[in-house]
Design a protein around this ligand. Sequence first.
Ligand code: C2E
Ligand code: CA
Ligand code: CA
Length: 494
Amino acid sequence: MFGLNTTNRSVLFWAAALVPLVLVTVTLLVLALLSVKETIRQLGDGYANAYSRIVYSVSMENKAAQVAPTNCHYLQQVLRYEREILEMQIVLDGKLVCSSLGNVINRPIVDLGKLTDEPQSMELVPMPRSQATSIAVINRRVLNDQVYHAVSLLALDYMRASLGYRTEPRLKSAALFIGDQSTPSDSVRNDGFFAYTARTDIPGQEIQLIASNELIKEKGWFYFLAAIPSTLTAYMALFYIRRLLSQSSGIYSDVENAVKHKQFVLHYQPEFNVVSGKVSGVEALVRWNHPERGLVYPDVFIPILDECGLINSLTDIVIDKAMSDFSEVSLSRPFHLGINFPPDYFLVKERCEKLIAHAEQFKANGITLGVEITERQLLSRQAKSAISHLRSNGIEILIDDFGTGQTSLSMLESTPIDCLKIDKCFVDSIGHDSVNVPVLDAIISMAQSLNLSLIAEGVEQLEQANYLKAKGVVVQQGYFYGKPMEITALKLSE
Ligand code: C2E
Ligand code: CA
Ligand code: CA
């Protein structure tokens, strides 16, 4: 009836329980990896920019020195406090003529025999008295038919510090590639996921970074910790949905159980005859006597019973309860007992015959049984003929909630019915400037002209009672006269 059995439900539940875990784990892994990659990408691009800037500024120094290349003393003074350049040498026609460091000019920075005619070039060269390699920026200028080369050796420590990669814990390694050469010299190209190669502004020169294990671990932990609240939220949502599901499936089995154990009671609402001043009948209204929740009202459980196909079983229980409630009651004046019927109750002949038999028993106690149906139930031919059959056997037919359905006048004329119950919404309009007021008046005069009796529902105020009385609506029902109550609370002798 509910689509899934218990085994399927629990398989579905466990499958659903694992989905967030798997999803979160995979998402977390991907995010952590991407974040590592993004971190080294940002670092790499930053280093490439800084490197390009340093090389540019050194080449500017080279060019400035070549304005007056013979003024070695001036060059030494200017470059004394220069941080980027460890040493600048001026080479004239292939011979070292000046060093910014003073007289130490016996050791050229680059192989002077290999100086090219390029206006600017760069080379990786060994640092003096060190295993390390640094960069030489070479600029060429012809002045007065003489060829000057300004060769600057970058201060490796300054460069590393200003690029930042020397102390960067997020990096396992950083290397500069200039063509086939690299610094550190043993660096190899790496295409792995945790490596990133940033292009500098100088063609053929690239900086390659490899993420450190610390960075990978740090990102992993970060995303793992960040994922805890979202996983918890996902599980709480799952738990909540599951609770709702089990609650709703719980109410279904509860309702089935209620029918099985007949956990229903009837309350009766008086129908008051305003002319005689006496209760002329009652409407039976069912309540579910829930073992834990107490009295539950029909609007809650009738739709569920309808869905489960148990609504007719409920009606059987209601008829039996009414029979037993009224078994001891005997009245000398005409008295009406209205019972609400679901749409297809009368489509089964046996039910009609049984109802006719019950109606005769009620009659023996002075009670006329009334069947409350809605306008919708008059639409099928089969239902119509069953209703005619009931009526011809002494059962009254009442149209419930009249005015809210689609009954045409011709249908009312052609269907044998006894009474219209005017819906509460029309009664509510009394005393208000509402479109329903003329409709109420029209219903009343139409019923009178068709010789149908009327019961006004939901009368709550004296003004409504008086208005209806003045219009000739003799029988009225509503909180003004009495709420639905237990049979023992009814004062039937008054
Ligand atoms: P209904 O047949 O229109 O019943 C009238 C409803 O209006 C009842 O609610 C009643 O308590 C309420 N009522 C009566 N006078 C007043 C009033 O002055 N003011 C207000 N605000 N309400 C008033 P209840 O008992 O909750 O029943 C609701 C609906 O449940 C009924 O509407 C009927 O359609 C259905 N129902 C009740 N008992 C049965 C039953 O035994 N079988 C079936 N199939 N349906 C039933
Ligand atoms: Ca009713
Ligand atoms: Ca009604």
